[in-house]
Design a protein around this ligand. Sequence first.
Ligand SMILES: [Fe+2]
Length: 334
Amino acid sequence: MAEFVNRREFLRQSFAFSALAIGVGSLPALAAAPNKGATHVFLIGDWGWEGDLAGQRSTAQAAIQYAATHRIAPEAFFMLGDSWYGQMPGGVDDPRWKVQFEDMYPKSSFDCPFYSIMGNHDYQKMPANVVKTEMELAYAKRHGTRWTQPALYYTFDFPAKNPLIHVIALDSNVDPGHGHLGASFVMSAEQQATQLKWLAAELDKPPTAPFTVVMGHHPIFSNGPHGDHKVLIAEWEPLLRQHQVDFYLAGHDHDLQHLEFEGHPTSFVCSGAGGADLYDLKIPEAERGPFAEKVYGFTHMELTPEKVTMRHIAADGKVIHAFSRAKGGQIVLS
Ligand SMILES: [Fe+2]
C-alpha cells in the first residue's frame, strides 16, 4: 500500500528528486496564463445532474469563460462519468441531451470531441426500459454530435497526429458496493476479467506518446466519502505502478483532488465537481494531498511534449490548484 504524503512532505520529497521544484511556492510558469501554443483538454466529471442545474451551469459557464479569457480552444473534453443521473425516458431523443450536453457545452465554444466513460449512474436503467449505457453508446453514433464513446472501454492517442498522450479509457463499474446502487448496476464478473486482461495487454504495448493516461469514473484513491477502492487497488493499481502510468483521472467523488504517493509513479487526479451535489471530504489535504477541495469546477490539462500541466478551476474561474508533470516524472506544484 502506498504511503500517505501530505503537502509538506510532498514538497520536501519534490526538492529531493527535482531541481525544478526548488521554486515551489512561487512558480510563475504555473501561476501564469495557459500556454497558447500547447494542446488543451478540459476534464469534467459527475455533471449530468437531474433537477437543479445550478451547479452544472456554473461549471459549464466557468469553462466557457476561462477558454474565452485565455483565448484557448480545448481540442477535447474528457467526461469522467456519471453523465446522466436519474431518468432519461426519451433515450437518445431525451431533451436532456440538448439541454445538458449539446447546449450546456456549446459547439460555438467547444468544437471538439467529448470522450466519455461510464459512471455508476450511467449503469442505472431509468426508466426500466432505458439502459443508459446502451443509450450513451447509441448517442455517440449520431451524426453531428461531439459525444464520443465507441465502447465501454477503449483507447486512443491524442492528438491523433503527433500524439502527446496515450489514453486508456476504462469502465470502473466493477464493485457493487462502491456505487451504492447495488449489484444490478455494475459490469459482470466476466466483463470485469476481460477488461482487466485487455488493460494489461494495452499497457504492455510500446508507448505511442510521451505520456500515458488511464481514466475511469471511480478513483483508486480518494479523500472523498467513497474513499479508496479495494477492487481497483487490487486489480488496476499494480498495473499503473508496473507500467509507470503518468496520470489516473477519475470523478465519482464530487470534489477536485490531486493525490501523490511516495514512490508511486502515477499522479491521481479527481475531477468530479461538474454539477452533482458536492460531498464533504473525509480526509483533509493536510493529511493526504497535496490537494483536495469541495468546490464546483473543472480541470484544465495542458499538453506539451515536455510536460503536462494540470489546473483545477473553480466555478468562479479561479485556478485553485496547479501542478506540472515532466516526462520522467518530476512534479512541480504551483
Ligand atoms: Fe459516481
